[in-house]
Design a protein around this ligand. Structure first.
Ligand code: ADP
Length: 545
């Protein structure tokens, strides 16, 4: 028996229309270095319509890809909502990809138009001659004349282009399963692979992001979106903001701790989102120049494990809750969020909050052992995490229909490559990425556990652990340490600090001090590069007896 309910598609055009009318007074603001420039959701809706008209004038129709090469700012938000609303597909390009990867993903996605920030024109100019399908480039907040267009490419000024367009657009009704956006994985462990989101997946995901057991957004929030709009579907923040009527604060290119703290002091956001390395920098910035950040009710932190010491520092020194979350580009990305259960207090509460978090109803999860058997969610058994659900990808994008990396899919489940355990009440604790775990004498050492413990030492600013080959044990951990400013520590002291937290055979004997840990294009520790530095003999290693 079918229901009597209307078959109304979940579309981002409907969501945009709602935001621009009934949430019309909410704002998007961009930090300029000295203040903000602000647009209301109403104005954003009008600009989205203008952009849609302009794109239609270029011949862009349903399913065509429109790239962005931008910082997080007002114009990027307009593209984020306007492009999918007109039925085209938003492809936010990661401005920090290596050149060959950037060219690869833009060609692979067959982007026809790219909207580029003025400050990024010199960088984009290097790529443009290699972009085979791009016909139009729109320069926002900059000088289009600074870009020399190859034959067949037209360059436009964003403001002039939009000013010439009507501020309404008859957004089409489209199948909710149609593509609305695409993101490539950031290539932390391999080549970038394309994930294509649908209107339906983004809508359902946004509702979960807004839910109290997600990020709990309301119209009283101002969300500081530090996570780049090109990283993992912007963690769902733009569409969740449309739904909840939350204000959005965009940092533009001002991503260092000092300007981040300056914009926080000026705008007083209630919520912020970024990877742990950003929060580590903010913490160091606060140590140098303390400031009240208690306007932040919550900062969601994910993309890599959050060290417990970081959670304690924010909570105890600044009254700010770091909310740990896990996700992937492939999962839209919200997979888990670590709200502790009600009635649980003290150490037990912290123990819940250290986990990657609890699965929401939309994410089914299971753990699979090396032999393919499913292991129980008993809080102890380890396995590779597999997930499925309406905002989890079922394949990677392929222009010619050929299967890309079919090994990542297991009978309808996405294999995450993450190893961990799940408690009976649905909390995920990740041990490591399967590629990063250290296999020592047939046993596993979690690189993440070691990193979290080492960074808890007051002399340590950052720590990353990789496996290095060992003739006796196959692999042993190498700890790369960045010392805090003016701090000193010897490897023996650091190892002694770990002694009561790990089994003796897990304690690392190899240590190296580095000025910085290489970071990926989205600010995670780049262990591929660290391994390469080690293989090339570039690291000075101290080996303890
Ligand atoms: P990439 O795989 O290129 O880094 P993503 O940003 O999609 O691209 O990263 C997803 C991966 O990041 C996850 O599979 C997991 O390994 C890691 N990750 C994300 N959140 C967390 C977390 N809270 N704790 C530990 N690892 C995490």
């Amino acid at each position: 028996m079918l229901s009597t309910m209307q078959d109304e598609p979940l579309s981002l055009a409907t969501l945009l229309n709602y935001a621009a009318t009934f949430q019309g007074d909410a704002t998007v603001s961009t930090w300029t270095g000295a203040g903000v420039r602000t647009m209301t959701f109403r104005e954003m809706g009008a600009d989205a319509a203008r952009l849609a008209n302009a794109l239609r004038g270029f011949g862009i129709g349903e399913g065509d890809r429109v790239g962005t090469f931008m910082w997080n700012n007002n114009e990027h938000m307009v593209a984020y909502v306007g492009v999918p609303a007109m039925g085209a597909v938003l492809h936010a390009l990661n401005i920090r990809l290596f050149p060959e990867q950037l060219v690869y993903v833009a060609n692979h996605a067959e982007d026809q138009v790219v909207i580029v920030d003025g400050t990024l024109v010199p960088l984009f100019a290097q790529y443009l001659p290699s972009l085979k399908t791009v016909r139009h480039v729109v320069v926002a907040n900059g000088d289009p004349a600074a870009l020399t267009a190859p034959a067949g490419v037209q360059v436009h000024d964003y403001a002039e282009l939009l000013a010439a367009q009507p501020d309404t657009f008859d957004f089409p009704v489209i199948d909710e399963r149609s593509a609305s956006g695409m993101c490539y994985t950031s290539g932390t462990t391999g080549d970038p692979k394309g994930v294509v989101y649908s209107h339906r997946s983004n809508w359902l995901h946004a509702a979960q992001v807004c839910a109290p057991n997600g990020m709990g957004f309301t119209a009283e929030d101002t969300i500081l979106a530090i996570v780049p709009l090109f990283h993992a579907n912007a963690w769902g923040l733009p569409y969740a903001a449309l739904m909840s009527g939350s204000n959005v604060l965009m940092p533009d290119r001002f991503l260092q701790p000092a300007p981040l703290l300056e914009m926080m002091a000026a705008v007083k956001p209630t919520f912020a989102a970024a990877v742990p390395t950003i929060w580590g920098g903010v913490l160091a910035g606060l140590a140098a120049a303390p400031q009240d950040i208690s306007h932040l009710r919550t900062c969601v932190v994910g993309g890599a494990a959050v060290p417990p010491s970081m959670m304690h520092a924010f909570e105890e020194k600044f009254g700010v809750t770091l909310l740990h979350a896990w996700g992937m580009t492939e999962t839209s990305p919200l997979g888990t969020v670590s709200h502790a259960p009600p009635g649980v207090e003290g150490e037990q509460r912290w123990a819940y909050r250290y986990t990657q978090g609890k699965f929401p109803a939309g994410v089914q999860a299971r753990l699979v052992a090396d032999d393919g058997s499913v292991v129980p969610a008993d809080g102890e058994s380890l396995g590779e995490l597999e997930v499925r659900g309406p905002w989890i990808t079922g394949s990677y994008y392929s222009p010619d229909g050929a299967q890309v990396d079919p090994d990542k899919f297991d009978g309808g489940w996405l294999r995450t490559g993450d190893v961990g355990k799940i408690s009976p009440d649905g909390y995920l604790t990740l041990v490591d990425r399967s590629k990063d775990v250290i296999k020592s004498g047939g046993e596993w050492i979690s690189s993440v556990d070691l990193e979290n413990a080492v960074v808890g030492h007051p002399a340590v600013a950052e720590a990353a652990v990789i496996a290095i080959p060992d003739p006796k044990w196959d692999e042993r951990p190498l700890v790369a340490v960045v010392l805090a400013q003016d701090a000193e520590a010897e490897p023996a002291q650091l190892r002694a600090f770990l002694a009561d937290k790990f089994a003796k055979w897990q304690l690392p004997e190899h240590w190296t001090f580095v000025p910085e840990i290489p970071k990926t294009s989205v600010g995670k520790f780049d262990k591929k590069r660290l391994r390469a530095q080690h293989a090339a003999g570039d690291l000075t290693i101290t080996t303890l007896p």
